[in-house]
Design a protein around this ligand. Sequence first.
Ligand code: COI
Length: 355
Amino acid sequence: MYDIKVTKATELRPKPDDESKLGFGKLFSDHMLLIDYDEGLGWHDARVVPFGNLSLHPASNVLHYSQEIFEGAKCYRTAKGFNLFRIRDNFERMNRSAERMGMAQIPVELCMESLFKLLEQDKEWTPHRESTSLYIRPTMIATEAVLGVSASKSYLYYVLLSPSGAYYASGLAPVGIYVEDQLVRAVRGGVGNAKTGGNYAASILAGAKAKHNGYAQVLWLDGVEQRYVEEVGSMNMMFVYENRKIVTPALNGSILPGITRDSVFKLAAGMGYDVEEKRVDINDVMADARSGKLTEAFGTGTAAVVSPVNKIAYQGEEVHIGDDGIGAVTQKLYDTLTGIQFGTVADPYGWITQL
Ligand code: COI
């Protein structure tokens, strides 16, 4: 049991009355969680406090050298209360990211207990409308105020809660993706498999280029040969062949090991689909889309859940996948995954923590 202090907000803000207009990550709950780390002292002063701005020294390491990691998870409103999905996996991944970024490890139990304490205050911020949730954003930043490049001796861990709707404005409607063949997101040996802000910063220019060309997302190729599929936007990528085989790029060090990726893969295998993780050549994807062998494609992520892709543009050619709608396999995986999350489908894998 950790000692976690609670200071309640004196004024509670009104909850959004029109949940159809939530968007993603724009509103925040009444409280946030903060925990400090100092070398020699370890993690200390865990506290739930009223939501507000942080005060940082302008030389803080995170502001100059980006020693930063984060996670994304969700709290779902169910008929019986509230569900968290594979939350321990988020905190375990956070520690793997911390290791890669030379940051302090944080005990998973401290993350769990302190999140429960924060949710005790603010779980009612979880929206009610279908497909909405309370997005949970655990973050760790390096706070040592020194301009030399080295591992920070102090960190701040904090958690924000944001009542959110669909990540993409289009919701579950299929989107077109643009294969980026100049810029790369990550290289092997780099930090592509850590959930660190820099990977997302590296994606912004290409994302704008894709949008400019009329596509919703960027499909990233590997940083060495620029030939093998890595990720799409902020999601992992899956390809469905002849309605029965599901292929996803194998984790290679530069791909984020998505928790939704892993969940969808396990669900698909359990449903009897053939599943395979392997290197996926973009030229094969294009050829298989042209021939019709590629019947569906979709991205997976905590924020985006399962997001169908209906067209891919690569080197001046655009191919369409399936009949341009939401494929049956994509829909089935979406329904099963969200059914488990919202407590309407049994959870044979033990993924749910009920609050
Ligand atoms: C996720 O939570 O799925 C993410 O990857 C964060 C995303 C909004 C950048």
